[in-house]
Design a protein around this ligand. Sequence first.
Ligand SMILES: Nc1ncnc2c1ncn2[C@@H]1O[C@H](COP(=O)(O)OP(=O)(O)OP(=O)(O)O)[C@@H](O)[C@H]1O
Ligand SMILES: [Mg+2]
Length: 439
Amino acid sequence: MRMPSPRWLPRTLFARLAAILCIGLVAAQGASFWLTMMERDMSTSNMMVNYIEREVVSSVALLDRLPPAERPQWLPRLARRTYRFVLGPGVTGPQPEGALSVRIAASIAGGLGAAYPATSNAVPGDGEHFQVHFKLSDGAPVTIDVQPVADLPLSRWLPRVLAVELLVLAVCCWFAVRLTTRPLDQLARAADTLGPDLKAERVPEDGPSEVARAAKAFNAMQDRIALYMKERIQVLAAISHDLQTPITRMRLRLDVMDDSAEHARLRQDLMEMETLVKEGVTYARTLHGATEAPCRIDPDALLDSLVCDYVDAGKQVQLQGRADAMFVTRPQAFRRILGNLVDNALKFAGAAEIEVASIADGRLQVAVLDRGPGIPEDLLDAVFEPFYRLESSRNRDTGGTGLGLAIARRLAEAMDAELSLQNRPGGGLEAKLIVREAA
Ligand SMILES: Nc1ncnc2c1ncn2[C@@H]1O[C@H](COP(=O)(O)OP(=O)(O)OP(=O)(O)O)[C@@H](O)[C@H]1O
Ligand SMILES: [Mg+2]
């Protein structure tokens, strides 16, 4: 089972990759900086210990040769940054404890050797501070007062260089992450627009080889889907064509049979078969987006002729309102959608009313209204599914395939229109079609 992502994770791949790279690079940079500083400290303290040992040994040799009266005036010249000589026994105290103090004390004692046996003790106070005591060959006591300083101060430019380095790293991270996530974004967008009409734009097949390969694969998949759809429609068309002949034959045979109840039912079944085959093909066609080219029409004239056709056939259809302007759209799809809506109103309510609003903002709104039973609120979406029919309409009087609304919605999508259903206050259904003017 797949675990859901924890909440604290950033949502986008971009943010996640950028965070991982930045944290990793900053950690690596920090670790190498720390190692360099450690190594620097170690080598400077080594150098300091060796240096103090050599200097102290030669200074003691000098002091030993000098007559006692001349020794004090030499002391300032023998002093260094970390230590100085004092003539006298110095102060007493506990054993030195700091690691550096212990090392320096031991190396001084080693350097002085058996000729000048030395003892050392810490001087209490701030920081490391200790003294080494020994006697010159004439018995005069001498003390070396040592205050070791391990750290060399950091150069002032170092933090600035570090900051610049981190900035360069961050910019590189951002660039690399964008390079990886942008093609994903493009693919997602292309997959999104790959609708039923299969007219998604092709993904550009350039860029790094992995991206180009994914783009090629996506485009190839798109072509394959289009091919399958086309084949499917051809098969459907062939079946429907071939079914026409036996259906016609059966109709002819029925005509020469005696009239009976069986006879009428058979005829009804045959008619249903015929519509089913026809509607099935139409639905497949709309899926494939076999769309007509948009042209400039007069919506009022089109609606007039639609209503006239119904009235001539003895149906109760009324037209209200006027569009009052020419409109660029796909007339056959437009007519077919309205036809399906009016058919439903007639079938389920017995009468239909078409209401047109005048064109505004390049939008034409047409509503088909009836006073029939309406549709339960929770099924208003479901009736757009192909072959979906409400339980109440599964009877012979309102026979149908359940494709009318599915076809209408597909056509509406293909012509950039919105089709929605809602129940009317006071009973009945309102089917609203909002068409945007084609470019
Ligand atoms: N005006 C309406 N009033 C009440 N119910 C409706 C109305 N229009 C559609 N319906 C319900 O929605 C279902 C689906 O409608 P649709 O037009 O897709 O199929 P159909 O009319 O049953 O068959 P076909 O249109 O393919 O002949 C219908 O069966 C019906 O139950
Ligand atoms: Mg219908």
